[in-house]
Design a protein around this ligand. Sequence first.
Ligand SMILES: [Zn+2]
Length: 245
Amino acid sequence: MTVIEKITEKIATSQNITILTGAGVSTASGIPDFRSTNGLWAEDESREYYISRSYFFANPEDFWHKYKQIFRVKLLKDYEPNLVHRFLQALEREGKNITIITQNVDGLHERAGNQAIIEYHGNLNTATCPSCGATYSLTHILKQSIPTCNQVGCGDILKPDIVLFGDPITQHERAEQAIRTSDYVMVMGTSLLVSPFNLLPSIAFQSNIPMALLNREATPYDDIFDCIIHDDLLKIVENLKNELK
Ligand SMILES: [Zn+2]
């Protein structure tokens, strides 16, 4: 049995599947990997300083200038879900209970139509008022260079709904719970370098849940996976699709 055959058999015989996704899923849609050597963080390490909770509260105006530039927020509407997003949506459409736990902030899993998505690092498409809690869409975020709350008597500068450096991770418990109730776990397009997200596969391992890793590069956690494919993610998904037919 090939690794592809083993994984497709697991997909076919499992009802509750949790999929952990990372930048490798978004790069095929033209979105840069914010952490790889060709990505945006590596380009300028000070971005970690600017895209932080402390910088937002110290200098929200300049924060918004840098934030919009770094995440290419204006282009966000132009990105489209790719083969990988559509593959995961198709599994759901075919009746599987699919939960996606994603590190990606582009909202493309949602655009592809998946229902159960845990956005571990938040989402670029919305922003929330720190004073009154009102949430605003991308259209509103793009309307003003420094987006503010338009509730009567408020007018505060909005805070983006991505997890900034220094922000608490609020979705970890929920993510662990989803993994514990899965029959199968697939990790796609992430090198598992970012903590605490990279602690999630060990939850499946400790619970004896079979697990596949589909990523171009090796990860520090490869030894806990049953099945591993190191290859281009689009190519892997193409092979899975053909095998599942
Ligand atoms: Zn407000």
